[in-house]
Ligand binder design. Sequence first.
Ligand SMILES: [Zn+2]
Length: 193
Amino acid sequence: MKRLVEDTGLFILSVVLFLGGAFLLSLQIPFWSMVLGIASVQIGIVLIILTFDSLIRKRNKPLTEDYKTVNCLICRSSQFVPKYQKTIICDTCMARIAVGFKATAMVVFALITVTTMTVLVGQNQELRRRAAEIEKVYQCIAGQWSPDSCGCGVWQENTICTEGRSRLCRDGDSYCCLWQENIWVCYTSNVDK
Ligand SMILES: [Zn+2]
């Protein structure tokens, strides 16, 4: 009974870790959902494997009980079981299931690891590429700018601005910029309308 409680606890913990990790991954918080989600999913998988191992190992029954025979649910071979037990999966089938499950879990584990590495490396490269591109295209013009972030930017085709020139500023927003006396004043196109 104590063992059953321990195994059940371990199993619930592993499933909670696994699902919690999957949930964290689905949130797509930069960095943390990746790091914590992956760790949690992987610990979950390892715990599930351990639980199965421990279940298999603890299937020896005390010989003092009253026994009867029941056919294994999977291979139909007849098995001795305590008389209160109505169904049985024999040790051979149980081991086969566990081995199959472990193999599947290992494949999932490996897939998650490889996928994460690929995604992280890919994201990193994409970020660097984008940063390099922005540096290349944006031009910084000396002088007074309002806001300051428009000092660096790129002039664009004037499609939205009723006055002034359209400029994509370094903060990533499009502005309409007017030369006023000795300062460039830039408004967001929404405000300008
Ligand atoms: Zn069997």
